[in-house]
Design a protein around this ligand. Sequence first.
Ligand code: CO
Length: 336
Amino acid sequence: MLRIDIHSHIIPDKLPRFAEKFGYDGFIHLEHHRQGYAKMMIGNRFFREIEENCWSADRRFTDLERNHIDVQVICTIPVMFNYWAKALDALETSRFLNDHIAGVAAKYPKRFVALCTLPMQDPQLAIQELERCMKDLNMAGVQIGSHINDWNLSAPELMPFFEACERLNASLFVHPWDMMGSKTMQRYWLPWLVGMPAETSRAICSMIFGGVFERLPNLRVLFAHGGGAFAGSLGRIMHGFNARPDLVAIDNPYPPTKYLGQFWVDTLVFDPTMLQLNLNLFGAGRVALGSDYPFPLGELNTGALVESMNLDETILNQIYYKSALAWLNRKEEDFI
Ligand code: CO
């Protein structure tokens, strides 16, 4: 049985000194301070230490084989989005990253599927780069953040971008980043434990209430981390829709439950009750195996939760590859 991991991150082993090139700070660079490890730095500030498996495709194969993963979807690390930067500079960093990600997938076309990153602060530039990635680089789609600076994903400014994704048949992966409340909850890793699930629900609710799914029924969107807090809050969200339509249903008259089964989520929830809830809500054909490799908050023994649940083979086939193939618009034969 084919196994596809739809959620993993990759970075080139060398990054240009973008801060020096553009003349302002905030861009990530790498310091390879010891064999097999590098520090992600923002100026002089340490962001995170990463290991060789973050940049080396060859090093990944050891882990992929151990976890019986045949295909991995690769995209950048959200801190590399650079949505805060000048748009033309973010276009340049995006192009650099996209050429790298596409290059890895081109070298191992049966093992990796590539998603691009885009200068979303300028939707026209983003569409231009998306076209290059889809037409010239053979990428499958794009990863974006759960919001773009001050825009939620319901922003009218972003609608042409979503239309372009549908027109170009690009898979859209929505990943939490720039977590709400971060400044006031640094302790206990709360941006990752509380902020990220809230961000993902913010993205889903914005796309539902903003009418994105209503207007673009063929847009294929997958939300990270099992859709974050969305499933656990759905009762409240529905009650709010029914109790205060004057606040909630102002841009789309239809209830959120109408869109269950229209978008995908990954399996990254670490709890069988939660995964079962997602299977019930979204359908097994809309739940795809995802690990967040190679980061420590990911499921590094990829598939362990799914394997622990005694699911029947039809459902396992969907989770392991059929949901992913449908989202990615790819066929099983593409990887055999
Ligand atoms: Co991730």
